[in-house]
Design a protein around this ligand. Structure first.
Ligand SMILES: *Cc1c(COP(=O)(O)O)cnc(C)c1O
Length: 469
């Protein structure tokens, strides 16, 4: 295939894309294939000869499509959403077309300068003070790793990268059990060790870390000769949407000189709407914060935004300048590869530029408000049903529930059966979690094109299938 053939196939793919999205409601949300079914249709050896693009595209429809779970389906209520607003898909096509590698300012000045401005747009849109400086990462996992590395280096007086951890006091990091597993992995990768991630008990309806318990844990560790380095709080934990009290957490951390990182990977996008910001009250006192516009805001995967108070601390931890990366003579520039673990970077800021302009902050806010309202209305309908119970109350558009008809025996097994049958049915897609020692079903609204009728249909499917058990 040559560039001269591109318009023909490009138009075909563009038409396919629009048709695909418009027809999603006709497809089962979760892939309905068995393990190995797709691989069995792929030749075991690669072709020696070039093959026609029409054959490749036809095989895409025939082999690949049945094996996709449709994350852009308006009735995708599983995990957290991973959106792809059409304007951001358009931007991503241009990113692919130019395929610039944006590690340094000079490797594409527009990408760096666009990123600086987009991060400032987003900062303002989220109601954050201008003490935060943003950078785009591939994932919240990478951003949280960067935050943990900064915690480690600060606590070790910048000696960790140089001298390693041998012979140093044991670093301690504090978080509740509600934080995402990316926190555990950041602790492993940073060489701190899972045993030094101290779990703080939670309290209250939002399952927030108990500040008194946090304080006591830090004091006990200090007395035992450990080196407390930082606290990781969450706004919208993955299982049930737990929210730490950011102000109270920062109070404790500040008293002990600890770095505070806030993981708001999913819920952060909701902060476009001022009425939700009470969930992270005190955020301006955190040292860093991550949220994924690729989850709920609408830019397609991947685009995670990391805000830090001190870019100096971040670059002191991560920047490295061999001769071949020096940018001679260009003063006052930012090389964003010094703000993250990977060197290479895509031009992701373009997706935010297209998204925010094409929908306006108001359009993005309206979608999020709708998702919250519709999810809460569904929770009320299920609560009113005599055989269902709401296990954790809605946090934004996430709640958990279970089917608990009178006289039923093992409710965990019953709900595992229910969710399996719902997902095999295909009209909606849900996932599960454990909370309060119960197997519960999670419901999250957040797909960009979802309408009220899609969330309403969830009620019909859930109650209809439950009645057949
Ligand atoms: C999804 C999620 C993550 C992980 O995000 P990635 O971008 O996939 O690394 C981390 N924390 C929370 C709270 C999440 O919801």
């Amino acid at each position: 295939m040559r560039w001269s053939d591109f318009p023909k196939w490009g138009r075909q793919v563009a038409d396919w894309t629009a048709r695909y999205h418009e027809g999603l409601r006709e497809r089962p949300v979760r892939a309905q294939v068995k393990p190995g079914e797709i691989a069995a249709q792929l030749p075991g050896t690669p072709p020696e000869e070039a093959q026609p693009i029409e054959d490749i595209l036809a095989d895409f429809d025939r082999i690949v499509m049945p094996g996709l779970t449709h994350w852009q389906h308006p009735r995708f209520f599983a995990y957290f959403p991973s959106n792809a607003a059409p304007a951001s898909v358009l931007a991503d096509s241009l990113i692919a077309a130019t395929s610039t590698q944006c590690m340094l300012w000079q490797t594409s000045p527009a990408a760096t300068e666009m990123e600086t401005v987009m991060m400032d747009w987003l900062r303002q849109a989220l109601g954050l003070t201008d003490s935060f400086h943003g950078v785009i990462h591939d994932s919240a996992s990478s951003a949280t790793l960067a935050a943990v590395l900064v915690m480690r280096e600060k606590a070790l007086n910048w000696q960790g990268n140089a001298a390693g951890l041998t012979g140093q006091p044991r670093i301690r990091i504090y978080a509740s059990n509600e934080v995402h597993t990316s926190v555990d992995r950041a602790i492993w990768i940073a060489g701190i060790g899972a045993e030094n991630l101290v779990r703080i008990p939670t309290q209250g309806p939002l399952r927030a870390m108990d500040p008194a318990a946090l304080e006591a844990a830090i004091e006990a560790d200090k007395a035992a000769g450990y080196l407390p380095a930082g606290v990781i709080a969450c706004t919208g934990g993955t299982g049930t949407g737990a929210c730490d009290d950011i102000a109270a957490t920062c109070d404790v951390a500040a008293r002990h000189g600890l770095f505070t990182h806030v993981d708001a990977a999913w819920a952060g996008s909701a902060m476009l709407a001022p009425e939700f910001r009470t969930l992270w009250a005190g955020i301006d006192r955190a040292d860093s914060l991550v949220l994924n516009p690729h989850k709920w805001m609408g830019t397609q995967f991947d685009l995670s935004t990391f805000f830090v108070k001190s870019p100096e601390d971040l670059t002191r931890t991560l920047a490295i300048q061999p001769e071949y990366l020096k940018t001679q003579g260009a003063d006052g520039i930012i090389n964003y590869s010094e703000w993250s673990v990977p060197l290479g970077r895509r031009f992701r800021a373009l997706k935010l530029w297209f998204l925010i302009r094409a929908y306006g902050l108001d359009g993005l806010r309206t979608r999020i408000r709708n998702h919250v309202d519709w999810a809460q209305a569904l929770a009320e309908r299920l609560r009113a049903h005599p055989e269902f119970e709401i296990v954790t109350e809605p946090v934004l558009s996430l709640f958990t529930f279970r089917y608990a008809p009178e006289g039923a025996g093992d409710l965990d097994a019953l709900n595992a059966d229910l969710i399996q049958k719902i997902n095999d049915d295909g009209r909606i897609y849900l996932t599960q979690t454990r909370t309060q020692d119960k197997f519960v079903i999670r419901f999250v609204a957040g797909q960009f094109d979802a309408e009220e009728r899609d969330i309403a249909m969830a009620y019909d499917v859930i109650t209809e299938i439950a009645a057949t058990l």
